[in-house]
Design a protein around this ligand. Structure first.
Ligand code: NCD
Length: 337
């Protein structure tokens, strides 16, 4: 894939080679993200960071990634504070905002909205999550995390057994991650969800057609037993007709240290795209796992900065300029990645 100037809308754009190319550039971003080195390679460039749905880590890590490369960030964070609330079309908003920015990251509640927006944009657009459809940068950071966690255990992504748990119907991070994993070899997917929130058939067909194995289960304990990775997700309550309906599915699968000790293989990696719902009626990933060294959730969030820096650097074609533009930071830093 030629990254230069391209939109990132769906993981369908990637092949295995392009994913590995992104990971290689992400590795080279560690000195900047860990505050050992500074670069101003994007000095003067402006990111339009447009989040029309709630977001903490995706919005802030895209902004930080751009800042760490030396650029400035402009944010729009709510539909009600933008002209979309006055009836402006995506076409007009895209024409206007792409005149003010060098790149745009957009999140919106409607599937396909970011793609529609990108068609009118004069600059590259990255999908920060479009409804229940896709979340490509999350899938890349999840897969990058999987690759690093497995490398520490002497394994690779190939031949992995991953158990995906929770709302697999509406979870866009799950959709993108599953599709990205199909690019690798011999993956065993165990899909653990309530009957009504199963991964939809088009995804399952695609997984099976790429010669991977799918097992479906409605039982957490049975499903996680042989997994290398457990990827837990939140009930996507904002996608349900009512909060009463969503609450039927909350708290059905709760992973805690006791269950982990009894049912998982040693060193099974625990992941979650976050936010984990820590309210008593959900508590899908218990705080008693916080000291478990296999809990990778905050390594995922750290890795998100590396992946987003890599995407920016590839799309704006500055990877080659990084070494020459780099110098040590001026301040004492105790921070380690
Ligand atoms: C995810 C999302 O927004 O799809 N969050 C994130 O970006 N890290 C998952 C979620 O909200 O449950």
């Amino acid at each position: 894939m030629d990254f230069k100037g391209s939109h990132i809308l769906s993981v369908d754009q990637f092949d295995r080679h392009s994913v590995e190319a992104i990971f290689k550039v992400a590795d080279s971003m560690i000195p900047y993200a860990s505050r050992q080195s500074v670069t101003r390679v994007l000095e003067g460039a402006i990111l339009g960071n447009m989040f029309f749905e709630p977001s903490t880590r995706t919005r802030v890590s895209f902004g930080c990634a751009w800042n760490l490369l030396g650029g400035e960030v402009r944010e729009t964070t709510e539909i009600k504070s933008s002209a979309i609330a006055k009836g402006e079309s995506f076409y007009d908003t895209a024409r206007v905002l792409s005149g003010y920015s060098d790149m745009i990251v957009m999140r919106h509640q409607t599937a396909g909205s970011v793609e529609e927006f990108s068609r009118a944009s004069r600059v590259p657009v990255i999908n920060g999550g479009d409804g229940a459809n896709e979340h490509p940068s999350q899938a890349l950071l999840d897969l990058y995390t999987i690759s690093r966690e497995m490398a520490h255990r002497g394994q690779s992504i190939d031949n992995l057994h991953i158990a995906l748990v929770g709302d697999l119907k509406f979870g866009r991070a799950v959709h993108s991650l599953c599709m990205l994993l199909t690019l690798f070899d011999n993956i065993h997917f165990t899909l653990i969800s309530p009957e009504e929130l199963k991964l939809e058939p088009q995804y399952i067909e695609k997984i099976k057609s790429s010669a991977h194995v799918v097992t479906e289960s409605t039982e957490l304990q049975a499903g996680i037993q042989d997994a290398d990775i457990i990827y837990v997700t939140r009930t996507q309550e904002e996608r349900f007709a009512s909060s009463e309906e969503a609450s039927r599915y909350k708290g059905l699968f709760r992973l805690n240290q006791a269950i982990y000790t009894e049912f998982c293989k040693p060193n099974t990696v625990i992941m979650h795209p976050l936010p984990r719902d820590s309210r008593a009626d959900a508590n899908e990933l218990d705080n008693d796992l916080n000291e478990n060294p296999n809990l990778a959730i905050f390594r995922q969030t750290d890795n998100g900065v590396l992946i987003r820096m890599a995407l920016f650097a590839l799309i704006l074609d500055v990877v080659e300029q990084l070494p020459a533009s780099s110098r040590p930071v001026n301040w004492y830093t105790a921070r380690r990645f």
